[in-house]
Design a protein around this ligand. Structure first.
Ligand SMILES: [Zn+2]
Length: 415
């Protein structure tokens, strides 16, 4: 059932709410420091709860502190349609990363209330605990427990830099809920988020229809040569692990370039032994990071790296070996949910394009258990995880409008 493209969110009310939330845990340079399970996080949660209750929603909280504000539906047997993101920030974070998805959802509910819209499915707005992972690694911790990726006990034992435990801090700020984590069932889930990359702005698009997330493989590479004096070892007698590093660094770049625009690759971490100015490197340990939203591209990059890197190193007399130390398969979002996002953007007349999420999000974990999709809006210069992170009110409006319509089309309007 169509409800027309004239149903729009109130951009000023959304913007005011974002700016109000940004007053809690202000950063030092115009952004935010509202890290998870701090007093500031608790204050942000309380404000969010008040806003949700003012909008007629009932708040539930699970044992990981995940917050669920429910707007009732007309069919008591229908599973809820979820939307949301996270209110925690990096220590030098922006005002929009995560916050836009939560408060954009709140604005969608306020708009439904204004218009007297009733839906068959209930609608639930979520604030996921500790998306950022900066205080308690890993990122997307609580949505990961919800999705069954991590055990709750393990999550509770994560410690911050001061040795404080996640479980103790959650209790201290008063946000251990009584719901069993992961017990909720979802009809679908939508997450609105800023892009955190430069593509939408460069392409002049209002909306990114997120079809996939990025998968990754991390290889730890060890190159072994022979330590010897840089002055007295003749050139033809050197077995230089540093040359091996140079060759494979260029190789990784070349392999990723072959798969444009579907792949990235780099050597990020490098340890050189003994790292002395007058010793030819005897050993290098480094990590290769290959990413793509296509599993077959990741596999092809690894296969090519294995074949060519071993040969390049053998040709200069150094030994090379590698092992896989991290792997995350690329998530493909649910086709029906992705289509709901694309149709909403189309109906509303917003320019849009399909896009891959370069960063991890709570939606990536939820997608493993329930139909999920993401909506992205541009951010200035692609800058994020930075206090200077900026978006325009028009971009926020487009994102929240598309969220509203994707959710309404999925939750089925009955009036
Ligand atoms: Zn985020």
């Amino acid at each position: 059932m169509s409800h027309g493209s004239n149903l729009r969110i109130d951009p000023d009310r959304l913007w005011d709410s974002i700016m109000e939330m940004a007053k809690i845990g202000p950063g030092v340079a115009g952004g935010n420091n509202r890290q998870t399970l701090t007093d500031e996080d608790a204050e942000g949660r309380a404000l969010f709860q008040k806003w949700c209750e003012d909008a007629g929603c009932t708040m539930g909280v699970d044992t990981m502190g995940n917050m669920f504000a429910t707007r009732p539906g007309e069919d008591p047997d229908a599973l809820p349609v979820y939307m949301g993101s996270h209110l925690d920030t990096q220590p030098t974070g922006g005002k929009y990363d995560g916050v836009l998805g939560v408060l954009g959802g709140l604005e969608a509910i306020r708009t439904m209330n204004d218009m007297g819209v009733k839906t068959k499915h209930p609608i639930v707005l979520t604030n996921w605990t500790n998306e950022e992972g900066t205080r308690f690694a890993p990122a997307m911790l609580a949505s990961g427990v919800f999705a069954g990726k991590y055990a709750q006990d393990w999550a509770y034992d994560r410690v911050d830099a001061e040795g404080k435990k996640f479980g103790d801090e959650l209790k201290r700020i008063g946000w251990v809920g009584d719901e069993e984590v992961g017990a909720r069932k979802m009809h679908a889930m939508f997450e609105l988020h800023i892009e955190q990359g430069p593509i939408l702005e460069a392409e002049g698009k209002d909306i990114g229809v997120v079809t996939h997330g990025q998968g990754l493989n991390w290889l730890e590479v060890t190159i072994v040569g022979k330590e010897s004096h840089t002055g007295s070892t003749p050139m033809h007698m050197r077995i230089n692990a540093g040359r091996g590093l140079a060759l494979i660094t260029e190789l990784v770049h070349e392999i990723a370039m072959k798969h444009q625009p579907n792949a990235v690759g780099a050597i990020g971490h490098i340890d050189v032994y003994p790292n002395s100015r007058n010793i030819i490197p005897g050993k290098v340990v480094c990590t290769v990071d290959f990413r793509s939203h296509l599993k077959e591209v990741i596999d092809a990059m690894i296969a090519e790296f294995d074949e060519r890197a071993l040969k390049l190193c053998a040709d200069i007399g150094v030994e090379m070996s590698w092992e896989m130390v991290g792997t995350f398969d690329p998530p493909a979002f649910d086709e029906g949910c992705v289509e709901a996002v694309r149709n909403a953007a189309k109906e509303l007349g917003y320019s849009h394009m399909d896009i891959v999420s370069g960063a991890g999000h709570d939606a990536c974990w939820i997608n493993e258990i329930y139909p999920t999709a993401m909506i992205m809006c541009p951010c200035v210069d692609g800058l994020s995880h930075n206090e200077a992170e900026e978006i325009s009110k028009e971009w926020a409006q487009a994102g929240a409008d598309v969220l509203l319509h994707a959710v309404l089309n999925t939750a089925e309007i009955v009036k």
